[in-house]
Design a protein around this ligand. Sequence first.
Ligand code: SF4
Length: 356
Amino acid sequence: MCVLRNTCVFCSFARMPREAGAYTRTLDEVFAEAEAARDNPTREFHIVGGLHPKLRLSYYLDMFRGLTARHPGVHIKALTAVEVAHLARLERMSVRDVLVAMRQAGVTSLPGGGAEVFSPAARATIADKKLSGEEWLGVHREAHRLGIPSNCTMLYGHVETLADRVDHLLALRALQDETGGFLTYIPLAYHPDHNELGEALGRTGTATTGFDDLKNIAVGRLVLDNVPHVKTHWPMVTPFISQVALTFGCDDLEGTVVFERVYHEAGAGTPMWLSYDQIVSLIRGAGKEPVERDSLYRTVRTFEDWVPTDPGREPGVPGVRPEGPEGPTFEISHRPRARARGQRTLPVLEGIESAE
Ligand code: SF4
C-alpha cells in the first residue's frame, strides 16, 4: 500500500488502500515470513514497502526489534530514503532522529531504492510527488554522518536521457566524496508491465536490452570509482546477464533473495529466488571465485571445499535448502489496472522525447 500509487507511474507494486491486492502485514505475519527462511543461510533482511498512510514509526521499530531478537545474527537493511522521509513527516521528527531510532532498533544499513533518476524533468514525469533528488541525497548524507552505511541505485530505461544518467552518477559520486558512506551501487532496469508508464509508452516485457544493462554496469563502475562495490540484480536482468556482468565491472551478485515482489509485479520473468548452489555455480561459471559476504561486505564464507547441497539430507541437519519457500505470501498477483482511477495524463513525455 502506498500513498504515491497514483503518481509514481513506473511502479507496479503500489496499491491504494481499497484497491485489489492491497495488504498490510501484521508483525506476526512478518515474523512468520522471516521464520520461513530460517533453515537457509539467511544473512540479511532487506525490508522495504510503500508509504503507508497510517503505519507509524513504532510499527517499524517493533518489527526491527522483533527480528533482531528472533534472528540475532541476521543484518537488517531497511527503509529507503523515501520511506525514512515519509516517517519523519508523519511523526514530525527530523530525518536524523528517525535514523537514530532505526539504528537503536537494529537497522545496520539502508537500501538504495527510491533514487530513480535525479533529473527534475524525468522525475516530473515518472514520480512527481516523490522526494526530490536533493532530498534523497540528504537522507543518505544524514545516515552516513551517523555512521549508517547505505547503498545507491539508478533506475534506467524509462524516459531519462543519457545526460540524465551521467548527472545522476556524478551526484552520487559527489556525495560519496563527501561522506564515503555508500557501500555499493546497483543499476536497476525499468520493467514496464502493469504500470501506467509502460502503458503510456506502449511497452511490455523487458524495457532494456542486455547491451544496455551491461553498459550501465560498466559506466557505473568507471564513474563511481569511489564506491567500493557494484552489484548486479539478477531478478531484473536475468541470472545469465548478471553472470556476464561479473566481467563488466560487477564484483557483487544479488543473493538467493527468497521473496521479491516489486519487480515481479512489474513483469520480471526471472525466478523469485535462486538456490545457494545456483548462485555458486553462476559465479564459478564466470570464472570467478565466490565469497559470501554480510550486509557490510565482510567475508562470511569461502567456497574452496564447497559440495553442492544434498537434496536428500536429513531434516534438521544443518545445511542449505535446495528449494525456495512456498505459500500464499510467496505468490504474485498482478494488479488488474495499471492506471489509477481518475488518473491524470502523464505530464511531460513529449518534452523528454524531444530532449533525446
Ligand atoms: S515507487 Fe515506491 S513510493 Fe512510488 S508508488 Fe511505488 S512503492 Fe510507493
